[in-house]
Design a protein around this ligand. Structure first.
Ligand code: FES
Length: 135
């Protein structure tokens, strides 16, 4: 049986699980939605994902690990997908705040509120995202 890598967008949770466990996770938590192909988010890049009825989500590939946070800056209404990704930080192009895509925390003013983070998992080359923020 092939094992699949499950990456949750929580630095404290990362596990290798079986296909059966993945399917059980999907069944238990059906707020996961297909976001995009892994090929669409190369290492060092981000992608903005829009789900109907939900604020845009930013998918980020940090050296092969996928993270998901709010796409909209917490300072004003600016898309973080317009900024660059350096290491695990993405820059807001409007006023220059940087946010960690791992923790959601801003590291530069003027933003002072963290981004919501979202759990993700990879299924083969598919990135699926929970639309419920990590608490
Ligand atoms: S809108 Fe992002 S720092 Fe101001």
């Amino acid at each position: 049986m092939l094992a699949s890598l499950v990456i949750l967008n929580n630095p404290n949770l990362c596990a290798i699980d079986t296909e059966k466990s993945i399917n059980n996770s999907i069944a238990m938590n059906n707020d996961y939605k297909y976001a995009c192909s892994l090929k669409e988010v190369k290492p060092g890049t981000t992608k903005k994902i829009c789900f109907p009825g939900h604020a845009p989500i930013l998918i980020a590939n940090v050296d092969g690990t996928i993270y998901a946070v709010d796409d909209t800056c917490t300072h004003e209404d600016s898309s973080l997908s317009l900024g660059c990704l350096r290491g695990d930080k993405v820059k807001c192009t409007l006023h220059g705040s940087w946010f960690s895509v791992v923790t959601g925390e801003p590291s530069e003013e003027p933003a002072d509120e963290p981004l919501n983070r979202y759990s993700i998992y990879l299924r083969h080359d598919e990135i699926w995202v929970s639309t419920s923020p990590i608490e």
